[in-house]
Design a protein around this ligand. Structure first.
Ligand code: COA
Ligand code: AMP
Length: 635
């Protein structure tokens, strides 16, 4: 079948407002108006500014009212605990309403913020939906972040409540969340009024009297009493959530997502991009702490009347590299969305795909990859093993949904390995030089999106309009700066080559090297430091820190390096995967004092490099090469 993509994309270009107005008809609105987009509101305009809606109603109630009450809405599959559970749409709505009652009883209401700090358990999704039901703005914090990161988010979002579980479970260890929360509250200037803690058998938490409440017990009581609570209408442009993501400093950026545009974009994507029918089972093997988890574990599958899967496990080791195939087969998953690193991990354990053959994957239709570059070797292995289309697509926390992809629902376009294919309707993607001039095909430059951004994308940063403007809109007036560099070929296919800032991508997780440098610099023995991302076969990139010690420090370097590794783990969290710290005499710099991080990365990755013309002392590069070799990183 010929793809309808070009016709649909051109249709959007000819009439963008008409395009999104039609897409908006898939959503149930409390009220609408003639204004689809107001260019004068906000930083670059606002979508559906005066329309009113409720995201939870669209995810749950309308499916219960219209034919899906008995269909599974959420399947919990937890190989790490051995538990499974299924909630129909009617049951999930009942639980969400009960949780919303608990929030309301604690005085939370429309416009308040709540931080959700939970592992991959159904209560995480229930908490998100309960907030959405009452117009409470949620901010989910990934469990792998340390207390310090949680404290930063508490101070920025100033939540009235923290909704958490007593623990998370990683292979081989149970992580008590409560001490992290208590520590974070102590570190933060803002104090939430209450903590609602879901007690897990693996490690129940000690509760602070008067502040901490047993979420599970209160929710169960509300269910037993048959308590219900109506969805609260909010403006389409009101915030649904804040999701913090790495910026160029240790201060994360609070990406704001609105209600209306978000629903319109996600609903459109389910049929047109992912080619999923309501009633089917869609599985995003990510975490609710990341944007993929927000959009494609929680909101999009439910908006579309699908069954979503909450998977508490890892692609390998829980118990083996066949877990993904077992889940697909057990629950009739038609489409899986994950990060390439998960497939690299599976391939490493089961290179011949022996475990795949143990399971019936006859319902499985497609694999979608995002979060980092999909290397053609991994993609080809997945195609060979699974015999289904493997679709790379590119997006960011900021956009909330795909920028460039291969729209399976419009008819698959030919795949070019290494390219996530073409822009989705809504995105006018261009490549500019550093001065902002358009570049021709096949020329590497800054990838930008012509304003306005489509529905679903961030309208601003939480309480930081100026930072939003400075970070995204200032450098290329009239465009959103993606901070990715790439090329567009003669057929309009985009390839992403690198970030233009200090963000690195570790196992599909986005991390700021600047943030890690800020932590290293706090060590009493460190005079200066530089953190770079070096290539890693499994995780894509790994952080590697170089430190110069203060004059007169004569402690064992190995001890200091261990302390530095511990410091990053303590301040940022295990998710930073910071395991390489190298002491050097000097850092390579330009004559004006700029650290040559790019050249250091090229040396570490064994790439050929040109001696920077402005280098202060070329001999330092040999010192870096030797230091890397001593630490087992040979170039
Ligand atoms: N809570 C607490 N700690 C966590 C955590 C969580 N939710 N998630 C990860 N961590 C810890 C890990 O236990 C690990 O700790 P360690 O240093 O003590 O081993 C550390 O953070 C690094 O985690 P990760 O980078 O995920 O490595 P891993 O070795 O545990 O797993 C993969 C490797 C490839 C299996 C895993 O990264 C993966 O499944 N990646 C998919 C990524 C993904 O879904 N991205 C979302 C975008 S689609
Ligand atoms: P995050 O905000 O965590 O989703 O990370 C977004 C960044 O991850 C992007 O800016 C890219 O650098 C990278 N990324 C995401 N998807 C892809 C992809 N399909 N190909 C290449 N890089 C990607």
């Amino acid at each position: 079948m010929a793809s309808r993509y070009h016709e649909v994309y051109q249709g959007w270009k000819n009439d963008p407002l008409g395009f999104w107005k039609t897409a908006a008809s898939e959503i149930d609105w409390d009220s609408t108006s003639d204004t689809v987009f107001d260019p004068d509101q906000g930083q670059y305009g606002r979508w559906f500014p005066d329309w009113e809606c409720n995201t939870c109603y669209n995810c749950l109630d309308r499916h219960v009212e219209r034919g899906r009450p008995g269909q599974p809405a959420l399947i919990y599959d937890s190989p790490i605990t051995g538990r499974t559970a299924t909630y129909t749409y009617a049951e999930l709505l009942e639980e969400v309403e009960a949780l919303a009652c608990v929030l309301s009883d604690r005085g939370l209401q429309k416009g308040d913020r709540a931080i959700i700090y939970m592992p991959m358990i159904p209560q995480a999704v229930m908490a998100m939906l309960a907030c959405a039901r009452l117009g409470i703005v949620h901010s989910v914090v990934f469990g792998g972040f340390a207390a310090n990161e949680l404290a930063t988010r508490i101070d920025d979002a100033t939540p009235k409540a923290i909704i958490a579980a007593s623990c998370g479970i990683e292979p081989g260890r149970v992580i008590a969340y409560k001490p992290l929360i208590d520590n974070a509250i102590e570190l933060a200037s803002h104090s939430p009024e209450c903590c609602l803690i879901y007690q897990r058998d693996e490690k129940p938490a000690d509760m602070v009297s008067g502040r901490d409440f047993d979420l599970g017990a209160l929710q169960a009581q509300a269910v037993a009493e048959g308590r219900r609570i109506a969805p609260v209408p909010v403006k389409a442009s009101d915030p649904l959530y804040i999701l913090y993501t790495s910026g160029t400093t240790g201060q994360p950026k609070g990406v704001v997502r609105d209600n209306g545009g978000h629903m319109v974009a996600l609903k459109w994507s389910m049929s047109n991009l992912y080619d999923i029918q309501p009633g089917e089972v869609f599985w995003a093997a990510s975490d609710v702490g990341w944007v993929v988890g927000h959009s494609y574990i929680c909101y999009a599958p439910l908006l579309h009347g699908c069954t979503t899967i909450v998977f508490e496990g890892k692609p390998v080791g829980t118990p083996d590299a066949g877990t993904f195939w077992r889940v697909i087969s057990d629950h009739n998953v038609v489409s899986l969305f994950t990060a390439p690193t998960a497939f690299r991990a599976i391939r490493k354990e089961d290179p011949e795909g022996k475990l795949i053959k143990k399971y019936d994957l006859s319902q499985f239709r497609s694999l979608f990859l995002a979060g980092e570059r999909a290397d053609p070797e991994t993609v080809n292995w997945a195609i060979d093993q699974l015999q289904v289309p493997v679709i790379d697509h590119w997006w960011q926390t900021e956009t909330g949904w795909c920028i460039v992809g291969n729209p399976m629902g419009l008819g698959k376009l030919p795949v070019k390995p290494g390219s996530p294919t073409v822009p989705m309707p809504g995105y006018d993607v261009q490549v500019l030089d550093d001065a902002g001039h358009p570049l021709g095909p096949n020329t590497l430059g800054n990838i930008v999106v012509k304003l306005p951004m489509p529905p679903g994308c961030l309208p601003t940063l939480w309480n930081a309009d100026q930072r939003f403007f400075d970070a995204y809109l200032a450098e290329f007036p009239g465009y959103y700066k993606t901070a990715d560099a790439g090329v567009i070929d003669d057929d309009g296919y985009l390839s992403i080559m690198a970030r233009t800032d200090d963000i690195i991508n570790v196992a599909g997780h986005r991390l700021s090297t600047g943030g890690m440098e800020e932590v290293l610099a706090t060590h009493a023995d460190v005079a200066e430091c530089a953190v770079i991302g070096i290539a890693d076969k499994l995780k894509g990139q790994l952080p590697c820190g170089f430190v110069v010690l203060k004059a007169g420090v004569d402690r064992d370097h190995a001890v200091i390096e261990k302390e530095l590794i511990g410091l990053v783990r303590e301040k940022i969290g295990p998710v930073a995967a910071f395991k390489i710290a190298i002491t050097v005499e000097r850092l390579p710099k330009t004559r004006s004092g700029k650290i040559l991080r790019g050249t250091m990365r090229q040396i570490a990755d064994g790439e050929s490099y040109k001696m920077p013309a402005t280098i202060d002392d070329p001999a330092i590069l040999d010192e870096i090469t030797d230091a890397l070799k001593t630490h087992g990183i040979s170039s």
